[in-house]
Design a protein around this ligand. Structure first.
Ligand code: MN
Length: 202
């Protein structure tokens, strides 16, 4: 039961100009594929055949770095493709209310999220995380770590996550990570984020 890269739910060029077509091709077909191949190669040796990725991440503290890095890489990218889309929009419903109650406004949340992404030294991710019960928190993680890992500082269900590795933005934005973080909100799939949030907060 090997893991697989899920198909991109839109065209490679669908997020342009915010995320260019070449970046999407390399990121989905090469980077994500490499995480999956290395993860699959490490399953047998670690007694993980047939386990779900969520189960693996939930006991990551007792597994070796190859599983952490590539298991995190597989989950993070599978999530990333889903919470982006060409239609943008704004949050609504329960997620909008929860953001306003936690951060004051949508713009304040975006600013806090962008700061977390900009201040993550080196490679990593910025997250909007829902705690059990629905309380929201902003976090960042190094490398391919994420809030589902049993040893994460901020644990919960990711509602949004942005990849701040240079491979996610360098072709268009070069070294300007803050510009990428600001532009990325144009391609957030808010209906998917709301669906995830409502699943946690129900
Ligand atoms: Mn990436």
């Amino acid at each position: 039961m090997a893991f697989q890269v899920p198909p991109l739910p839109y065209d490679y060029g669908a997020l342009a100009p915010t995320v260019d077509e070449e970046t999407m091709k390399l990121h989905h077909d090469k980077h994500h594929q490499a995480y999956v191949d290395k993860l699959n190669g490490a399953l047998g040796d670690n007694g993980l055949d047939g386990k779900s990725i969520e189960d693996i991440l939930g006991s990551i503290s007792s597994l070796p770095p190859i599983v952490r890095n590539n298991g995190g890489g597989h989950w993070n990218h599978s999530f990333f493709w889903e919470i982006m889309g060409p239609n943008g929009g704004e949050p609504s419903g329960a997620l909008k209310s929860a953001i306003e109650s936690a951060f004051g406004s949508i713009d304040d949340m975006k600013e806090k999220f962008n700061t977390a992404g900009a201040n993550q030294f080196g490679s990593g991710w910025a997250w909007l995380v829902a705690k059990p019960g629905g309380e929201l928190e902003i976090a960042s993680t190094p490398n391919q770590d994420n809030p589902l890992m049993d040893d994460a500082k901020v644990k919960g269900t990711p509602v949004l996550g942005n990849d701040v590795w240079e491979h996610a933005y360098y072709l268009t934005y070069n070294n300007r990570r803050p510009d990428y973080l600001k532009a990325w909100w144009n391609v957030v799939n808010w209906s998917k984020a709301s669906e995830i949030y409502e699943g946690v907060a129900k």
